[in-house]
Design a protein around this ligand. Sequence first.
Ligand SMILES: Cc1cc2nc3c(=O)[nH]c(=O)nc-3n(C[C@H](O)[C@H](O)[C@H](O)COP(=O)(O)OP(=O)(O)OC[C@H]3O[C@@H](n4cnc5c(N)ncnc54)[C@H](O)[C@@H]3O)c2cc1C
Length: 457
Amino acid sequence: MKHFDAIIIGTGQAGPPLAARFAGAGKSVAIVERDKFGGTCVNTGCTPTKTLVASARAIHVARRGAEFGFVVGDVRVDIKRVKARKDAASASSSKGVEDRLRGTENCTVIQGHARFQSSNTVVVNDEVLQADKIFINVGARASVPEMPGIHDVPFLTNSSIMDLDLLPEHFIVIGGSYVGLEFAQIYRRLGSEVTIVEMGPRLIGREDEDVSQAVREILEAEGVNIRVNAKCISLARHDCGVAVGLTCEEGPPEVLGTHVLLAVGRTPNTSDLGLDQAGIATDHRGYIIVDDQLQTNVPGIWALGDCNGRGAFTHTSYNDYEIVADNLFNADHRRVSDRIQAYGLFIDPPLGRCGMTEAEIRRSGRRALAAKYPMSQVSRAYEKCETQGFIKVCVDAETKQILGAAILGVGGDEVIHVLLDVMYAKAPYTVTQRAMHIHPTVAEYLPIILAKLEPFA
Ligand SMILES: Cc1cc2nc3c(=O)[nH]c(=O)nc-3n(C[C@H](O)[C@H](O)[C@H](O)COP(=O)(O)OP(=O)(O)OC[C@H]3O[C@@H](n4cnc5c(N)ncnc54)[C@H](O)[C@@H]3O)c2cc1C
């Protein structure tokens, strides 16, 4: 049996920096990875999708050349080169993670599947590893729900689509949420016919209705077909590929496509970890239950990243690492509940979100003010010929603190941080109002928008 000060399972967004922190403190650490180094974000999530978003955007802009004053011939997409660019970005990031880990003194890198044997031992490749502290960073994978016909047809997930090196003739995306919408727009811009099939009454149902509607308009303007209220989704083989049954309230009851992507949520990678051997508790969906400092119910075992159900983003996983490391090494008692919700939807133009939605604020019953401003009135957006979307900011009427914001439009994923940082500072919105911003930017409109705050209707 090999003993370490710490064992980390998984090389996602929290594991590698935590390994470096232990090693840097002179502690022996083993980090175990069963697949590609860097996990979801690097290999099948953020990095490849944002590389594809960028290719798709360049193609889209080239097609709009006449609006900007240039003419190109027929824009032809070389899907193999698009894929190669994406693969290179992922491979380079993954190699970077692996090289850094292997080059770290005191850090032992082990490739294989880790499984708990007890509360302080883990088995990998028939070898038993022991540690006083064990950190679980095993991430999640695409959910594959038991919908009728699911076992009769080939389907893609965010992982398997990474190997696709052809352009689907008709790409059907099941799931109108963050992952599905990004792929839908990517493939539409690359040249596929695309249909999004969503069970709920609108896209990205967690967002405010005006955000859902504006996103729908952006996608529909590019020719993406959208079928909501698809209450009973089923799959069947068809001569052209796959028939997706919908039983929608409107439109034909099925849609025929050549390829289907399942983007209907995530499942934590916890069922094959031997959690019961260690006595680690999960919730009914398999997420590891943690406290506000990410400790499981078993002393000496922590869970970080997507597998704890407290976040589903790269930055939440990395923030988990910071919370655990600061608690262990700096006596800085940071907590998950200190963080403010923030994320992006990386369609083009993107959506930047922070804090509560307007609907959540209304449900909370507090007195609030809101201001909304169309991107068409933002000169930088106009100059760039990208006027879709809007900015919405909600503020607490008493404290004057920002409660939440949505910036859908050019630069929305970056500009949102202006508001997010003021929220972290717990400063009133008037700070943003008094700041002098650079012209011409989207951010310079925030003071103007905040001057328009009015009580919720
Ligand atoms: C298509 C898509 C796009 C996304 N885009 C964004 C984005 O733009 N921005 C953003 O913030 N987030 C994005 N996300 C979410 C983001 O990728 C994840 O939230 C993030 O990668 C989670 O990281 P993690 O640290 O929890 O674990 P992961 O990155 O999932 O890593 C877990 C690692 O553990 C390994 N592992 C699992 N079980 C074992 C075991 N038993 N033994 C050994 N190793 C094991 C896995 O192989 C994996 O390498 C996206 C996700 C998807 C699917």
